[in-house]
Design a protein around this ligand. Structure first.
Ligand code: ADP
Ligand code: ZN
Length: 718
């Protein structure tokens, strides 16, 4: 073999032939660097060359990086990923391999193990015995300082043992599996937890692709169940991947894992430095990193021997990547599991309807944990009918909720007030001319922020200084703030509950967010007001009262999942309370107390909600019954865009099973200065929408200024 086809990690739709220098020994999947135009690019040896080009005319591969290569399973996964998500192979590959030279990492830390043969030769002091006891298991490799820390023995004692040859240098391992400690933080599982864990463990041992849903209310011990399965995976010396929807949640899990297993999991997310990324990538490839927790992109790591995939909070919409390469990480994780032949464990208290249907159709196995652990009870959820409440100008907290808050504070317990809207007021209006302050680049209103005074566009980030007069009619002092954001609620809380410790938390907080969450957990804060970032994952033992200012907020938009999303969000928020001995209550302020979402939250009848919502979806042949895809076209020039849309429309291929709607202006017609139009495709589940779209748009010549985005299974309809 003198030449080979190389797939480049760029937009390229296909592989190109390169000649192989005599000195290189290349396998399919090997990572290589090649010249391309006047650059050098990374790629992989993709397949045997089939072209009849003369090798002498081909450019030469510059180098490979043994032992680094992608496995056959990964290559199959890349092919599927590219086909399914409608991205070129090269663009998909780019997600999987490092973009710069794969230099070898430095092995800087020396680790040691016990030399059993020389133990007899030394006098046993109590300090030395401690070290020997720790290290007796031949599989333990630790650095000198770790040994000293673990045993509480002076560093000098450890050094002496090294000098005497009792501790000898071992191999470098990045994630030391401390086998003795796997049980360190282990809890006695209850019988529901135990039988759930056993089912997953059987599947791990059989190396079987099986899909599980651990379904149980918040605090029912779901995490402990998958910990048990991970323990088994570690014992088999295989790798575990735990996916989380957001980086902010990894912190808490990191700490728990450290306590439970005595090892630090590897955290993978987009904020890592280049060299850290490269180091982790290499460790995962060598199989040295045994337990990885991370956001979406950890799916693309080169696992050597994967044993289990866990998708925590599987229903979370953050799993859908909206920018760049569009894909749904939950769905891709399931497909990865099928290529790797490992169990995929989904975890949620409010599973997505997709997953609910898959359980009903017996595709996924449900592992049910019906009760909260210990004495904790689920919170009592009440609705507050805002139609019955007196309307008081500039007040959003009902009298009923205020009374509950006051009683909670009197008991020295904590309160959480939730409103999913950042800033002070969502709309600024001129009372003279009626002008609404809009973003010049998007079709949305600017949101007033007062903590950091500015008018900000929540679509694109554009901001303006707050002005004294109307930008349109120039009347002075005529602008009024309409409606509440959390900053305005904070103002009301400060005025109402004098002397209470109050904090506000949203994505605007930045660095101090961590401190606020800590203070809330330790009880320093009496009332926390926040957006959805406080809805998940956090555990505040003394929180017993949750108030939702506008429970109807998420239901207004035309999203097909609006009701489902609202249900999940409000359930999560309510679930922050009563997690230990103190009983919790949650109050939903609403104008539609009879809405199925509100009703099922109040009666805690989840199945009824699923039933009703599934029926609606079935009637409309919408997901999870039918399939959707969206094509979004945008340009700065609207007439050019409309002309092109008509051309695309004229080319719609006929089909019995696919309905194409549009082109219609997107609900946010203008964003970041670009006009946007959408096509929506609806089809039965079995239809191959990707093939249809390919056939449709393949031959349409697109002006270069127009951006065309294909979104398979859209979750975002604006
Ligand atoms: P979930 O993931 O369902 O929210 P967790 O696994 O986080 O639930 O468990 C909730 C709390 O109960 C945690 O503090 C956990 O340590 C504790 N817990 C879980 N299982 C047990 C058990 N079998 N015995 C004692 N405590 C448990
Ligand atoms: Zn904007």
């Amino acid at each position: 073999m003198k030449k080979i086809s190389v797939l480049l990690a760029t937009n390229a739709p296909k592989a190109y032939d390169y000649s192989i220098p005599e000195s290189l020994n290349l396998e399919i999947g090997a990572i290589v660097r090649v010249p391309f135009r006047n650059r050098e690019l990374m790629g992989i040896a993709w397949e045997e060359s089939t072209e009849r080009f003369d090798e002498s005319k081909l450019k030469e591969i510059i180098q490979n990086y043994p032992p680094y290569r992608l496995s056959n399973q990964t290559i199959d996964f890349i092919k599927f990923f590219s086909r399914y998500n409608f991205v070129t192979l090269g663009r998909a590959l780019k997600l999987f391999i490092p973009q710069d030279y794969l230099v070898e990492k430095k092995k800087s830390i020396k680790t040691y193990k016990l030399d059993h043969n020389s133990i007899e030769a030394i006098k046993k002091t109590s300090a030395r015995s401690k070290v020997i006891d720790l290290m007796r298991d031949g599989e333990i490799f630790l650095s000198a300082s770790e040994i000293s820390k673990e045993t509480n023995v002076a560093y000098s004692v450890v050094k002496k043992l090294i000098e005497n040859g009792i501790l000898i240098e071992g191999e470098y391992v990045s994630q030391k599996i401390f086998k003795k400690k796997l049980y360190k933080g282990k809890l006695d599982l209850n019988s529901d937890q135990f039988s759930a864990a056993q089912k997953i463990i059987t599947s791990i041992k059989d190396k079987k692709f099986e899909r599980f849903l651990i379904d149980g209310v918040t605090g029912s011990g779901k995490t402990e169940v998958y910990f048990e399965a991970i323990e088994e995976t570690l014992r088999l010396d295989r790798q575990s991947l735990v996916l989380l929807p957001e980086i902010s949640l990894t912190e808490g899990l990191f700490e728990r894992i450290k306590i439970r297993f005595g090892i630090e999991p590897v955290m993978w997310h987009s904020d890592l430095t280049k060299s850290k990324r490269r180091e982790i990538w290499q460790d995962v490839f060598r199989g040295e990193s045994k337990l990885v927790i991370g956001a979406r992109s950890s799916l693309f790591l080169p696992f050597k021997d994967l044993g289990i995939i866990v998708i925590d909070e599987e229903h979370d919409h953050s799993y859908k990547q909206q920018e760049g390469v569009i894909y749904h990480a939950r769905d891709m994780a399931i497909s990865l599991g099928s290529y790797e032949k490992v169990p995929v464990v989904m975890v949620s208290a409010t599973p997505s309807l997709e997953t609910v249907l898959n359980v009903r159709e017996d595709k996924y196995k449900k592992l049910h944990l019906p009760d909260r652990i210990g004495e904790a009870k689920l919170p009592a959820v009440h609705s507050i009918d805002m139609r019955d409440e007196a309307y008081i100008k500039n007040q959003w907290i009902s009298e009923r909720l205020k009374t509950e808050i006051k009683e909670t504070l009197d008991r020295e317990e904590q309160v959480l007030i939730f409103l999913n809207r950042r800033g002070y007021a969502p709309l600024t209006l001129c009372k003279k001319c009626g002008y609404r302050v809009e973003c010049p680049k998007c079709d949305s209103y600017l949101v007033e922020h007062r903590f950091n005074p500015k008018l900000i566009c929540h679509q694109c980030g554009f901001s303006l200084k707050i002005s004294q007069s109307c930008p349109d009619c120039h009347t002075k002092d005529s602008l009024i703030a309409c409606g509440p954001g959390i900053e305005r609620i904070t103002e009301e809380v400060i005025n109402t509950f004098k002397g209470a410790n109050i904090a506000t938390l949203s994505s605007d907080n930045g660095k101090d967010a961590h401190q606020i969450l800590k203070d809330m957990a330790s009880g320093l804060i009496d009332i926390l007001i926040g957006t959805q970032i406080i809805s998940k994952g956090h555990h505040f033992p003394r929180l017993t009262c949750v108030g939702v200012i506008d429970a109807d907020l998420g239901m207004a938009n035309g999203d097909l999942r609006a009701a489902e999303k609202t249900y999940q969000l409000l359930h999560q928020v309510s679930g922050r309370t009563g997690r230990e001995k103190l009983p919790g209550k949650s109050f939903l302020q609403t104008y539609f107390p009879s809405h199925p979402v509100i009703r099922s939250l109040v009666t805690s009848e989840r199945e009824g909600f699923h039933e009703a919502e599934l029926n609606i979806r079935k009637k409309g042949n919408l997901p999870p019954y039918g399939k959707l895809a969206a094509i979004i076209l945008s340009d700065t020039d609207s007439s050019k865009l409309i002309k092109f849309c008509n051309k695309v429309k004229a080319a719609i291929p006929g089909s019995d099973s696919i309905i194409v709607l549009g082109p219609a202006p997107a609900p946010i017609t203008k964003a970041r200065g670009r006009f946007r139009y959408r096509f929506l495709l609806k089809a039965d589940k079995k239809t191959n929408l990707q093939k249809y779209i390919d056939f449709w748009i393949k031959n349409i010549r697109k002006p270069s200024s127009i951006k065309l985005t294909i979104d398979i299974d859209p979750y975002y309809f604006l």
